[in-house]
Design a protein around this ligand. Structure first.
Ligand SMILES: Cc1cc2nc3c(=O)[nH]c(=O)nc-3n(C[C@H](O)[C@H](O)[C@H](O)COP(=O)(O)O)c2cc1C
Length: 226
């Protein structure tokens, strides 16, 4: 039966010829494959509008029942960045001195990371992604659905938009991250999800020499027998 109570619009997706679809998919893969996590940032300024566009790209992500259960806090204030660095380094010191397992520390060795997080002050912007397990409408709590999945996808869009703009980012998780909720004075229905410094790379920045899994390692096909 046709739904007459809710409005629907014609779908306005773009349709390409098959050869163009193939070329676009290949080019996008090759472009995205160049994305790297950066840990050495320049303090070169980034226009605010770039960050606005990146965030609205992230916020265009799909979400359970279209609840868009996220808030993006954008920090460029040097005093707040210092507070975040100090609190993050406090947690990371404990992480690197006993809270992380031997196996975890061994897995982190190729990245050369430790508890020092200077990029939290150097990068011009810190985007702190919060997830909202529920919304507050007046006196009422309204549940959100598939919050981790939704915010994870939005964070993926965010990282892709950052890369597309020619900037670099670090997906950072100085856990536990509740200090971010306190420093940024966020309400009780918001929990920190990721801390993402964004900016240009420092001069002569390097990245770990890692290998990505190939298609046969990450894909299982179930095709009709020919
Ligand atoms: C959920 C998540 C948490 C991460 N947390 C940290 C972190 O706290 N510190 C860090 O240096 N890198 C962190 N990373 C970055 C990974 O180390 C990085 O993505 C991985 O080594 C692959 O490198 P690439 O992003 O350059 O492909 C995190 C990545 C993800 C997806």
């Amino acid at each position: 039966m046709a739904d007459t109570t809710h409005r629907f619009l014609p779908y306005q997706g773009v349709r390409y010829a098959q050869s163009e679809t193939l070329q676009r998919s290949r080019e996008f893969y090759q472009y995205m494959d160049k994305r790297r996590t950066l840990r050495l940032f320049s303090d070169e300024p980034v226009p605010k509008e770039v960050i606005e566009n990146i965030i609205m790209t992230a916020s265009s992500a799909p979400s359970g029942a279209h609840k868009q259960p996220w808030t993006f806090c954008v920090v460029s204030d040097p005093d707040i960045k210092t507070q975040i660095r100090e609190a993050a380094e406090k947690e990371e010191y404990v992480n690197y001195h006993g809270r992380m397992s031997e196996e975890w520390l061994e897995d982190l060795e190729p990245f050369g990371t430790d508890w020092h997080k200077p990029f939290l002050e150097t990068a011009p912007y810190l985007i702190v992604v919060f997830k909202k397990s529920y919304d507050i409408e007046g006196e009422e709590k309204r549940k959100n659905y598939y919050v981790n999945e939704s915010v994870g996808i939005a964070a993926g869009f965010l990282l892709a938009a950052i890369h597309h703009a020619g900037l670099a980012a670090l997906t950072h998780t100085p856990s536990p991250m509740n200090f971010l909720q306190k420093i940024l004075n966020r309400p009780d229905n918001e929990r920190p999800f990721l801390l993402i410094p964004v900016g240009y790379p420092a001069e002569a920045a390097t990245v770990p020499d890692i290998r990505r899994k190939g298609p046969e390692e990450v894909t299982v096909w179930f095709e009709a027998a020919s």
